[in-house]
Design a binder for this molecule. Structure first.
Ligand SMILES: [Zn+2]
Ligand SMILES: [Zn+2]
Ligand SMILES: [Zn+2]
Length: 154
């Protein structure tokens, strides 16, 4: 874990659902049933989930077909509002365990089992952002992912 000069809170289970809905509502968006279902499904996954994975599970749960496109739009909204994190190298998403605070999260992605471990260290991203700034590049979202083999796969 990185150093935090604010009261950083990691959530799980019901408290994560509450923190996610509170964040989305605070951003002026609605917490619809569909959005709640997508978030719940995302939070159930330990490994990064694709829009297709979530659409398949939701279709089964709701007993009617949920289009991956509509799931994708919701995931996009979640990423914009810090409810979900996109793991670029896996083309998949994770529920953000800290929807109340913004970090440049670092992911350790296992090439064997696909698990993405989430680490918060703003030290690294501060350096990365400074490099972009020196070139007058407006950094929006540094993507820092480390591919390798996790402890349980070695
Ligand atoms: Zn924090
Ligand atoms: Zn994080
Ligand atoms: Zn692994």
């Amino acid at each position: 874990m990185g150093k935090h000069d604010h009261s950083h809170q990691e959530h799980s289970g019901d408290s994560l659902m509450d923190a996610a809905s509170a964040s989305l509502i605070a951003a002026g968006e609605q917490w619809t049933n569909m959005r709640a279902d997508v978030f719940e499904e995302l939070a159930r996954h330990e490994k990064p989930a694709s829009a297709y994975d979530i659409a398949d599970n939701l279709s089964a749960k709701r007993g009617k077909r949920v289009a991956p496109n509509s799931v994708y739009r919701i995931l996009d909204l979640f990423v914009t509002n810090n409810l979900a994190l996109r793991v670029e190298s896996s083309n998949a998403y994770l529920a953000n365990s800290h929807p109340g605070c913004t970090h440049d999260c670092i992911f350790l992605v296992c090439d064997d089992c696909g698990e993405a471990t989430h680490v918060d260290s703003d030290d690294v991203s501060r350096t990365v952002r400074a490099i972009a700034e020196q070139r007058n590049f407006a950094a929006r979202r540094p993507v820092i992912e480390i591919r390798g083999i996790c402890a349980s796969c070695t």
